[in-house]
Design a binder for this molecule. Structure first.
Ligand SMILES: [Zn+2]
Length: 211
């Protein structure tokens, strides 16, 4: 006997998701066809930022780069859930009891986009967000020399950071590149004396030095 279900289409390629795949049978919230899913190549890369345990779900390869760009740069809101989709059960267990602290975008970018891309990418975790970090708008990075840009003290500022006292904090971002912003965020969060700090990013640029 087969139950009648609405036909589902892959969020990335729009092809019909065949409900005869093993995964699809078990997971009704599946958003991706097998082809797109296997093109994403999640790697769950463990790395340290100082003493902070960090995980990047993907390498920042061409596929992920294009997908993030379509979502974030072309405002394709429908892609928000594809990045974590098949790992939600695992991630919800791993980070149960954590609060999310997103690395902020500039408020102007968020307004233009109509959504905050980092918050949306991680929203399916159903964990509370605590907005305690803010981009320092007085420091327009592009207007500065590359030497000044290395001065990370001006990237982020905190507000009401003490609200994180005693909490399990998961700092989240879309792309980890130089790590300067994340490093600054960790420094600010540490001031509140949270119980634990961890980092989860969608993608990390490939570090050729360490391979
Ligand atoms: Zn697809």
């Amino acid at each position: 006997m087969k139950l009648i279900e609405a036909t589902k289409y892959c969020k990335i390629c729009f092809n019909q998701i065949k409900d005869n795949s093993f995964y699809s049978l078990l997971h009704k919230d599946n958003l991706l066809c097998e082809k797109c899913f296997s093109s994403l190549k999640a790697r769950f890369i463990n790395f340290k930022i100082g003493n902070i345990n960090s995980i990047a779900i993907y390498d920042y390869d061409d596929t992920i780069k294009k997908l993030i760009y379509t979502f974030k740069g072309c405002y394709d809101y429908e892609l928000k859930d594809v990045f974590l989709n098949r790992y939600l059960t695992y991630l919800r267990i791993k980070y149960a009891g954590y609060v999310l602290v997103p690395i902020p975008s500039s408020e102007i970018d968020d307004q233009k986009r109509g959504f905050n891309h980092v918050k949306e990418m991680f929203s399916a975790l159903k964990l509370p967000y605590i907005d305690v970090l803010r981009k320092n708008n007085n420091e327009k990075q592009s207007a500065k020399s590359s030497k000044d840009r290395l001065n990370i003290d001006n990237i982020l500022v905190e507000q009401n950071i003490n609200i994180l006292y005693g909490k399990k904090v998961l700092i989240i971002d879309d792309i980890y590149t130089t790590g300067a912003t994340m490093f600054k965020a960790i420094q600010l969060v540490k001031k509140a004396n949270p119980k634990v700090i961890k980092v989860l990013v969608v993608a990390k640029t490939i570090d050729l030095k360490k391979r």
